[in-house]
Write a protein that binds this ligand. Structure first.
Ligand SMILES: *[C@@H]1O[C@H](CO)[C@@H](O)[C@H](O)[C@H]1NC(C)=O
Ligand SMILES: *[C@@H]1O[C@H](CO)[C@@H](O)[C@H](O)[C@H]1NC(C)=O
Ligand SMILES: *[C@@H]1O[C@H](CO)[C@@H](O)[C@H](O)[C@H]1NC(C)=O
Ligand SMILES: *[C@@H]1O[C@H](CO)[C@@H](O)[C@H](O)[C@H]1NC(C)=O
Length: 304
């Protein structure tokens, strides 16, 4: 065997051994397209935090989020700000107003509500709601819940080209919806807890958000989509301790209890609490053969 071939072969073995030792580090982390899926989210059953189970799906490299009101495309997960950016085709934008009660709106299963909600600076603009809509009835003192959210208002939204088609203009008001309630009503999610177009008797909706501290002028520069904040409700100590001892965070079959996956064994606390004799300490045990092989091969190659 030529020396060059031997070297190449060695390098290849070193490379795969090192790669293999690294890939054992977190079996739950994954990718969908260019989006990293990490705790508290996961794509595999049993991985991540139970509050975010059965939530994300990767379909042809497109990350989808599925909740009670429907499916949304996930554009981004911001782990630092604990936020997700969602979109769906029936969200009206500045150029297009989508009517016909086709949109998902936004509604969560009640058990999920403690873990995620649209951000307080996300505005939902409800379009073409019936005068009989609960929006205009059920509020204390019959005050309209419609207001400006985070500097975004329907008054500004009416300036968008999408409204021209509907015959709305700054001077004449609405020809399309006639007299009655405003043809657009901006609300924060917090005010009505659940954007259900059927229940609210609205024809369509838009949703936009401000990514602080950028201040944009005008609705043509707003970001259209749904900005959702997520939270772990202070339960994160479990996962912190689990990861610190080399484990990967997941949940049990009851879909409530958190689990720490320590290689071949699952722990209900962290990986330090499981006996060393039963072959645990996943990172230590699983990584060392790989690392050892790396080191051995490195020494061998350098000696030739
Ligand atoms: C992911 O890719 C899309 C285009 O394929 C791009 O618009 C987006 O900015 C990328 N996101 C990240 C986080 O790199
Ligand atoms: C550990 O938990 C995960 C997730 O629930 C499960 O897939 C796996 O089979 C469990 N492993 C053992 C050894 O019980
Ligand atoms: C929306 O409201 C309708 C009518 O009240 C109801 O049948 C439907 O289940 C609601 N959808 C969601 C996701 O809550
Ligand atoms: C919303 O803001 C616009 C301009 O930013 C202002 O003209 C309008 O009066 C505000 N509307 C409400 C209901 O506060």
């Amino acid at each position: 065997m030529s020396k060059l071939l031997f070297h190449t072969l060695n390098l290849f073995i070193i490379f795969s051994a090192c790669l293999n030792s690294l890939s054992n580090a977190n079996s739950c982390r994954s990718y969908c397209g260019n989006i990293t899926i990490d705790y508290p989210f996961a794509l595999q059953y049993g991985c991540g935090h139970p509050g975010f189970r059965d939530l994300l799906f990767c379909i042809n490299d497109v990350l989808m989020l599925h909740i009670a009101s429907g499916s949304y495309k996930v554009l981004n997960i911001d782990y630092a700000y604990q936020a997700l950016t969602l979109h769906e085709p029936h969200i009206s934008t500045c150029d297009t107003i989508v009517l016909g009660n086709k949109g998902n709106g936004f509604a969560l299963e009640s058990w999920r509500a403690p873990y995620m909600n649209p951000a307080p600076d996300n505005v939902f603009m409800l379009i073409g709601c019936s005068p009989r809509s609960p929006l205009f009835q059920g509020f204390p003192g019959k005050h309209l819940p419609c207001r400006n959210v985070s500097g975004m208002s329907c008054e500004e939204y009416y300036g968008c080209p999408g409204w021209d088609v509907l015959g709305h203009n700054k001077w004449g008001g609405a020809e399309f919806f006639g007299s009655g309630p405003p043809e657009c009503c901006a609300v924060a999610y917090e005010a009505i807890k659940g954007i259900n177009l059927t229940k609210l008797e609205c024809e369509g909706y838009s949703s936009a958000y401000n990514v602080a501290p950028l201040k944009v002028d005008g609705p043509s520069e707003w970001s259209y989509g749904i900005r959702v904040r997520y939270s772990l409700q202070g339960n994160d100590e479990f996962c912190g301790a689990c990861e610190a001892t080399g484990g990967t965070c997941g949940y049990a079959d009851d879909k409530i209890r958190q689990l720490c996956m320590c290689g071949k064994v699952n722990s209900t606390s962290n990986c330090d609490s499981v006996g060393l004799s039963s072959g645990t300490r996943p990172i230590a045990v699983k990584m060392s053969p790989g690392l050892l092989m790396c080191m051995l091969l490195w020494i061998t190659t350098n000696m030739i």
